[in-house]
Ligand binder design. Structure first.
Ligand code: T4K
Length: 369
């Protein structure tokens, strides 16, 4: 294993020979994009699999987020988390919206609902929470605040493919949810994403927005973008869907093995899911505490020196990047929990092809550090 590199993730791929007939079909039809048959089929099958009313496919989640905000005419200020991938906040700036960062909960690492109200101003129009690592936000508390203040809720559900709570798919909460099907995700179409929509009318509006704003051949109803998914990506998605349960089961086994090996390691805390959650095991985050013999960054370097490329998702905080750090809500003292988590977090490799022996090696390096 010494010269074999292990990354934080490796994409799941279906058998190549299963893709060939679909490529032949695409070649024969000449329909490469713009809502072709594979696109329509994947939208229908995903809605069924995920247990959601409607799915609008996208080229990636970032354009999905930008479009979701545009479709609800969100303006002014939006409350969001600093502890996420930078695309979350970028989607606000792309719409000319001011992000207002609110601290996270130390257990779930998601937006802390008890801190949202204090950040609401007359300019606030929406909340953009993230189901970080796929673990559900406190959706009930967030909805209560949104109802009280008449705010929209758009979930960045990039990590939350297939995640359920006691009431079904976590994607059914809020006004819209946005999924990512990037290569690094539990379900991938190489690049891709989707907006989960509550009704056909909303989906129709979103379909216009992702197709330059065209409502028909001659009518443009909005400043839309090109956010469409191609037939290639959609055909691949249909194949991936056949294997996704199997891939999640393998992830679950890896998660369990890491926990057995690391749970009693002083200074290491495995981030837990939320009670009642059906998880997708998208990530395996650990917190490296001050009682661990070496720092988080020293552990990251130690693993890297052994060919294991863990990742510090999410460090630095979004609020520390140059285009955000001048915002009043980005001041470090306002975000103490997010700051502490960003300094302790390390996401360990987890993906279906990771072997038990590799998991044991990784855990061994950590416990012996
Ligand atoms: N919101 C949230 C909360 C997100 O986490 C993301 C994306 C988005 C929105 C936006 O979604 P998209 O617009 O991308 O659909 C990666 C991904 O590029 C990004 O999609 C993801 N979140 C983020 C958490 O992780 P990087 O810069 O860490 O990727 P990279 O290229 O370093 O890949 C990580 C490891 O994965 C590599 O070391 C090796 C492996 N890998 C990666 C790729 C791309 C492969 O084995 N094969 C591959 O093709 O951002």
């Amino acid at each position: 294993m010494s010269n074999h590199k292990i990354y934080v993730t490796r994409p799941f791929l279906p058998p190549l020979e299963e893709l060939i007939p679909h490529l032949q079909q695409i070649w024969a039809s000449g329909q490469l994009t713009n809502g072709g048959p594979y696109h329509q089929q994947l939208e229908a099958e995903l809605a069924r699999y995920l247990g959601v009313p409607h799915v609008a496919l996208f080229a990636n989640a970032t354009i999905g987020l930008v479009t979701a905000l545009q479709s609800l005419r969100i303006t002014g200020e939006v409350i969001t988390t600093p502890y996420s991938f930078v695309a979350t906040a970028h989607s606000l700036l792309w719409n000319g919206i001011k992000p207002v960062f609110v601290d996270i909960d130390e257990k779930t690492l998601n937006l802390d609902p008890s801190k949202i109200e204090a950040a609401i101003t007359p300019q606030t129009t929406a909340i953009l929470p993230v189901h970080c690592y796929g673990h559900p936000c406190d959706v009930e508390s967030i909805q209560k605040i949104a109802d009280d203040y008449n705010l929209k809720v758009i979930y960045d559900a990039a990590h939350a493919f297939g995640v359920k709570t006691g009431t079904g798919s976590v994607l059914n909460h809020g006004d819209l949810s946005v999924l990512s099907f990037h290569a690094t995700k539990v379900f991938n179409t190489f690049e891709g994403g989707a907006i989960v929509c509550p009704d056909a009318k909303t989906k129709e509006r979103i379909n216009h927005l992702k197709n330059f704003g065209f409502a028909n051949e001659t009518t443009v109803v909005a400043t839309g973008i090109n956010g469409k998914m191609s037939e290639f990506n959609a055909a691949l998605g249909l194949l991936q869907l056949k294997y996704v349960e199997q891939a999640i089961e393998r992830r679950q086994a890896i998660d369990q093995r890491y926990r057995e090996l690391l749970n009693r390691c002083p200074g290491i805390q495995c981030v837990d899911g939320v009670a009642g959650e059906t998880a997708n095991y998208a990530y395996f985050p650990i917190l490296v505490g001050s009682d661990f013999p070496i720092s988080r960054d020293a552990l990251y370097d130690l693993l890297a020196s052994r060919g294991i490329h863990a990742r510090r998702y999410f460090y630095p905080l979004i609020s520390d990047f140059p285009m955000y750090k001048g915002l009043p809500s980005a001041q470090p003292h306002l975000l103490p929990v997010a700051r502490r988590m960003a300094s302790q977090i390390l996401c360990l490799p987890i993906y279906p092809d990771l072997s038990d022996a590799e998991v044991e090696t990784i855990a061994g390096i950590i416990t012996q550090a």
